[in-house]
Design a binder for this molecule. Sequence first.
Ligand SMILES: Cc1cc2nc3c(=O)[nH]c(=O)nc-3n(C[C@H](O)[C@H](O)[C@H](O)COP(=O)(O)O)c2cc1C
Length: 207
Amino acid sequence: MTLKTRREPARTRQPVMELIAKRWSPKAFRPEIPKEAELISMFEAARWAPSCFNNQPWRYLVTTREDPEAFSGALACLTEKNASWAQNAPLLAFQVMGETFEYNGKPNPWSGFDCGLAMSQLILQAESMGWSVHVMAGFSRDKVRETFGVPEGFKPLVAFVIGKEGDPDTLPPHFREEETAPRERKELGETVFSREWDRAFFQERPD
Ligand SMILES: Cc1cc2nc3c(=O)[nH]c(=O)nc-3n(C[C@H](O)[C@H](O)[C@H](O)COP(=O)(O)O)c2cc1C
């Protein structure tokens, strides 16, 4: 399967799965809302993520433009900057993290890690079906708590939108540039070490 995207795929040192190379976080979206069956596939993919003690600390609050009241409640939780582009996405959601282990009620230091793994599975499943996901930290936790009645022991972790890549010309100019810029990452030598901190595990790139 060849995935469609208008952004250049990641330039990788060795081949990686097409899904990973082509995934990115758009800000311009088409209005089409994912069908329920498609959404179930995405959340199923997240459901089967590994987690510490199989605690499955992830919860989700999902709104779509089909329910304008819920969607605008969710939108009001975002920072102004994020809301300015996310308002055109068809689906806006939050991932909420359980802070304790269910089996003993003690704090779970790995909850954030578990939630990240689940989100990554959701993103790749979405991508495989032609949908893009854009995760956001720019929102008010307190507003999410108030708006959706999030109970004690749960913490809103990230906001995210799901939609089909749209036309960057629909965005204000400063966002448009980001939307088409080359994709950048640190080199592996800066993040993968051996023997001691900062000593690269992999040899320098030969080119
Ligand atoms: C935890 C997290 C928080 C993020 N917060 C925001 C945000 O508030 N606003 C935004 O536009 N993008 C946000 N992003 C998207 C990142 O900026 C983006 O993933 C990064 O620049 C790499 O680009 P790419 O996903 O297109 O490869 C966030 C991503 C993550 C994982």
